[in-house]
Ligand binder design. Structure first.
Ligand SMILES: *Cc1c(COP(=O)(O)O)cnc(C)c1O
Length: 457
C-alpha cells in the first residue's frame, strides 16, 4: 500500500508520555474499567474520539487573535455565517457550542410525544435527544450496513423501502423530519451517496416531509462521493457539498469534527418560523444569536476550519491515513469493519473475542485491554453504549454490531503513531484468549457508557 505522507509540517509540539503497564493497570482499575475515567495525561495515543481533538492550522491560530468579543454583532459571527452559508447555503445559521445543543434545540422545538425521527443511524447524542423529548428514533440504514464483511461503496445509505414503509405505517403527521447522518458515524463512518440523498429527497417530497442532515463529517462524505460515485470525479469538494445540502431543509453540525476546531457547532435551516422558535430557546440556553455559547475567536476558527477542510490534499491524507491503519491491521488478520470509513477503524469485537458472549461486553473488554497493554485509548460502540432494556418486555436488547472504535484525530498523529497502534493491536490479537469478559457494577439512566463502572467476571 502506498504510504500516506503528511501535507503539513509541524510548528508546535505537545509532549506525550509513555506509562508503565503497572501504572496503567492501577489507573484502569481505579477508573472502573471505563476509559472515560482515565486521565488523558496517562494516555500515549488517544483515539477515544476525533471530536474536538483536531490540530488547528497556523491560519486558524492567527484567526483567534482577531477575535471580536462584542456581545452582539461580532465581526467573527458575520465571517462564520458567510463561511457556513458558502458551503451549506441555508438561510438561517445559528451557532451553538457543540453538536448536541443543536440537536437539543431542534428536537425540543419540533417534537411532540410519540413523534418519529428516522435516520440512517442515529448517533448516540442524537438518539438521546430524540428520546428525551419523547420521540422515537428509528434507524433505517440499508441492511448491508450491519454486515461487517460486505463491501458496499455507500454503506451509510438510507433504505428507501424501509423509509416508505415507516411513513405508510405511522403517517406523515407523526414524522416532523427525516435525518441523514453524513458520514454515518455509528455505522462505521460510512458515506452516503448523492444518488441516495437525491432519492430520499424525492421520496420525502411526495409526502411533504423535511430533510435534515447531521453534517459532522460532510467533507469526508464528499471525498468518498468524489472517489466512488459516477459523475463526481471532476467536481470540487465544495461543489459536491453544495449539491448535498441543496437537497436539505436544514442541518445540525458539530464543528468539532469537519470544522477542524476544538469546540463549536451550528444549526442551519431555511424555515423562518422554526428559526425564530429555536433562536428564542437559544437565548435561554446558549446566549445571544451572534455567539451561541462561543467566543468570537471560536467562531473565527470555525469560519476558517470549514474552508480548510475542503482542501483535497488534506482530505486525501486524512482518508488515506485511516485506510493505511486499516490495511496494516488486516495484514495481521485482525477483524475490522469493511470497507474502512472516513474517521475511524472499527475492530469487530465479536470476532476478536469469540470466547466472550455479548452480555459480557466484549467490546469494552477489548477497549480495557488495549489501554492496559499499550496505553492506547479507544471507545466501545456496542453493548455498553447501545444495550438497553425493552420498555415493554423488560428484556435486554443488544445491538447488531459490537465494535471498538479507533477514531483518528485530524492532523494530530503521524504515520509512525499509526504503526505503533497497528503493532500493539496485532500483539493483543495473538494473545486474545487471555482477555476476560466484564459485568456492570454501576450505570446511569441515559448515555450510560460515559459513566459506567465495570469489573472483570
Ligand atoms: C459528535 C457527533 C454529534 C454530537 O456532537 P457534539 O459536538 O459531540 O455534541 C452528533 N452527531 C454525530 C454524527 C456526531 O459524530
Amino acid at each position: 500500500m502506498f504510504f500516506p505522507s503528511e501535507p503539513f509540517r509541524i510548528k508546535v509540539v505537545e509532549p506525550i508520555r509513555r506509562t508503565t503497564r503497572e501504572e496503567r493497570e492501577k489507573l484502569i482499575k481505579e477508573a472502573g474499567l471505563n476509559v472515560f475515567n482515565v486521565p488523558a495525561e496517562a494516555i500515549y495515543v488517544d483515539l477515544l474520539t476525533d471530536s474536538g481533538t483536531s490540530a488547528m492550522s497556523d491560519n486558524q491560530w492567527a484567526g483567534l487573535m482577531l477575535g471580536d468579543e462584542s456581545y452582539a454583532g461580532s465581526k467573527n459571527y458575520y465571517h462564520f455565517e458567510e463561511s457556513v452559508r458558502d458551503i451549506f447555503g441555508f438561510t438561517h445559521i445559528i451557532p451553538t457550542h457543540q453538536g448536541r445543543v443543536a440537536e437539543n434545540l431542534l428536537f425540543s422545538t419540533i417534537l411532540e410525544k410519540g413523534m418519529i425521527v428516522p435516520n440512517n443511524i442515529h448517533f448516540d447524542t442524537t438518539r438521546a435527544n430524540v428520546e428525551y423529548n419523547k420521540g422515537l428514533a428509528l434507524d433505517l440504514v440499508i441492511d448491508e450496513a450491519y454486515d461487517p464483511h460486505i463491501f458496499h461503496p455507500f454503506k451509510g445509505n438510507m433504505d428507501l423501502h424501509k423509509l416508505e414503509q415507516t411513513i405508510q405505517q405511522h403517517g406523515v403527521h407523526r414524522i416532523p423530519l427525516v435525518f441523514i447522518t453524513i458520514t454515518n458515524n455509528s455505522g462505521g463512518g460510512q458515506p452516503v451517496s448523492l444518488q441516495n440523498i437525491r432519492e430520499t429527497r424525492q421520496l420525502l417530497d411526495r409526502h411533504g416531509i423535511p430533510l435534515f442532515f447531521d453534517a459532522c463529517r460532510f467533507a469526508e462524505n464528499c471525498y468518498f462521493i468524489k472517489e466512488r460515485e459516477e459523475g463526481y470525479r471532476d467536481k470540487s469538494i465544495k461543489e459536491i457539498a453544495r449539491e448535498i445540502f441543496s437537497y436539505g431543509d436544514g442541518c445540525t453540525m458539530s464543528a468539532k469534527k469537519d470544522g477542524l476546531v476544538n469546540i463549536g457547532g451550528f444549526i442551519g435551516m431555511n424555515n423562518d418560523e422554526l428559526a425564530d422558535k429555536i433562536t428564542t430557546r437559544l437565548i435561554l440556553i446558549e446566549g445571544f444569536p451572534t455567539y451561541g455559547g462561543l467566543a468570537g475567536r471560536d467562531l473565527e476558527a470555525i469560519a476558517r476550519g470549514l474552508q480548510e477542510v475542503l482542501n483535497e490534499d488534506y482530505l486525501h491524507f486524512r482518508i488515506s491515513q485511516v485506510r493505511h491503519l486499516g490495511q496494516m491491521l488486516e495484514d495481521e488478520g485482525v477483524p475490522i469493519l469493511k470497507p474502512v470509513g472516513g474517521h475511524a477503524i472499527y475492530l469487530n469485537a465479536k470476532e476478536f473475542l469469540p470466547h466472550i458472549s455479548q452480555r459480557q461486553f466484549p467490546g469494552q473488554a477489548l477497549t480495557v485491554a488495549l489501554y492496559r497493554e499499550a496505553g492506547i485509548r479507544a471507545v466501545e460502540i456496542g453493548g455498553l453504549m447501545f444495550g438497553h432494556k425493552d420498555p415493554h418486555t423488560g428484556e435486554d436488547v443488544w445491538p447488531e454490531l459490537e465494535m471498538v472504535r479507533l477514531a483518528i484525530p485530524r492532523r494530530v498523529y503521524t504515520t509512525q503513531h499509526m504503526v505503533y497502534v497497528a503493532e500493539s493491536i496485532a500483539k493483543l490479537y495473538k494473545e486474545r484468549e487471555k482477555i476476560r469478559g466484564l459485568r456492570l457494577v454501576y450505570q446511569a439512566p441515559v448515555l450510560r457508557h460515559f459513566t459506567a463502572r465495570l469489573e472483570e467476571v
